[in-house]
Design a protein around this ligand. Structure first.
Ligand SMILES: [Zn+2]
Length: 335
């Protein structure tokens, strides 16, 4: 990674608004990430008098300002792409956002534009951005039928059909985290119960982990967090599994089953060549992919007769959303 960008390079910025962090990249014309920046995602408890989306737009603008100072170019960036979690309509309004309630209903594209007036701002769904990035530079290059699943604070999805990322009639295609897998399951911030992301996301991993901790299946992990099962979080599990803790590997196995259940349901619709798992949880790599593949073989319809469906990790890892947001801004600039 270089600190400075040549002045003749056309740099585009992409910013991914996640549940815990707002992460941005400066992407040069060749697709190389030339600068990165991140701030914590604002989640104000008291929203009295706070304009919906204003604090999130401030955070995006802060990341853009930081990228600008690091990827110094005499010209303003041609575009700023922003990936947001939730239902983004074709006009750039964040209609519904269970994991970013402070920005739900806001015209986030206009709010960011107001703060970065010299750039063209494009708002897209975060998982659709990640799909675009994997399609352009990563695990989905040349794949015509595919399913991208981002496992972060929640679950996002991107559908590739006939080589094109599908937006749907209103822009809401791929909102797969909120398909219900257990109507009697735990409540979801979307207002319903038993959504897939209650089980198979970062939040879901934390819940599965605490259940295992209370059941006495994670003695070493519980000891590491000071003895209280309530303090066990997803990252403790991933870390312990990497070092070979059997209880933690068991929790990832359980998580893999839930990931596979959702994939099996979606595969019935999409019939993809490949499923790609991205987002923060995918950083667990084979520790999650391997049990997911094993459970998927059992759960998918006609597993013994259908051609093998490849389940792979995202090549761009956690950067996919931000890189794809930059690509979305670039293609909007060309349109
Ligand atoms: Zn839900």
């Amino acid at each position: 990674m270089t600190d400075r960008v040549r002045s003749d390079d056309s740099v585009t910025f992409g910013v991914d608004i996640g549940g815990t962090k707002v992460f941005g990249v400066a992407l040069d014309a060749a697709g190389a990430v030339v600068a990165e920046s991140r701030v914590a995602t604002p989640h104000a408890e008291d929203r009295d008098g706070v304009e919906p989306g204003a604090d999130v737009a401030d955070a995006v603008a802060e990341v853009v300002a930081s990228l600008r100072s690091r990827a110094a170019s005499p010209r303003a960036p041609v575009g700023v792409g922003v990936g947001a979690p939730g239902m983004v309509d074709r006009a750039g309004t964040l209609r519904f956002a269970p994991n970013l309630p402070g920005a739900a209903g806001s015209d986030l594209q206009a709010l960011v534009t107001k703060r970065v007036p010299d750039a063209t701002v494009v708002l897209e769904n975060d998982a659709n951005c990640a799909t675009l990035a994997e399609q352009t530079y990563g695990s989905l290059r040349g794949v015509r039928q595919a399913l991208m699943v981002t496992l972060g604070t929640g679950i996002g999805g991107g559908l590739v059909i006939g080589g094109e990322v599908q937006l749907g009639a209103s822009g809401f295609a791929g909102e797969i985290g909120h398909m219900i897998v257990d109507p009697a399951g735990p409540p979801c911030p979307c207002g319903r119960r038993g959504c897939w992301e209650r089980y198979a996301s970062g939040g879901g991993l934390g819940r599965l982990a605490r259940e295992a901790a209370y059941a006495g299946r994670l003695p070493h992990v519980v000891a590491q967090v000071g003895g209280d099962p309530e303090n066990v979080h997803g990252e403790n599990i991933t870390r312990a599994a990497v070092s070979g803790d059997a209880g933690a590997m068991g929790v990832l196995e359980e998580l893999g089953w839930w990931v596979a259940l959702g994939l099996a349901n979606l595969v019935a619709m999409v019939d993809p060549e490949r499923c790609v798992l991205g987002g923060g949880l995918a950083e667990a790599g084979e520790l999650l992919l391997e049990p997911t593949r094993r459970a998927f073989e059992v759960l998918v319809e006609g597993g013994s007769v259908r051609p093998r469906i490849d389940i792979a990790g995202a090549a761009l890892g956690e950067r996919a959303g931000a890189v794809g947001a930059a690509l979305a801004a670039r293609s909007a600039g060309r349109a």
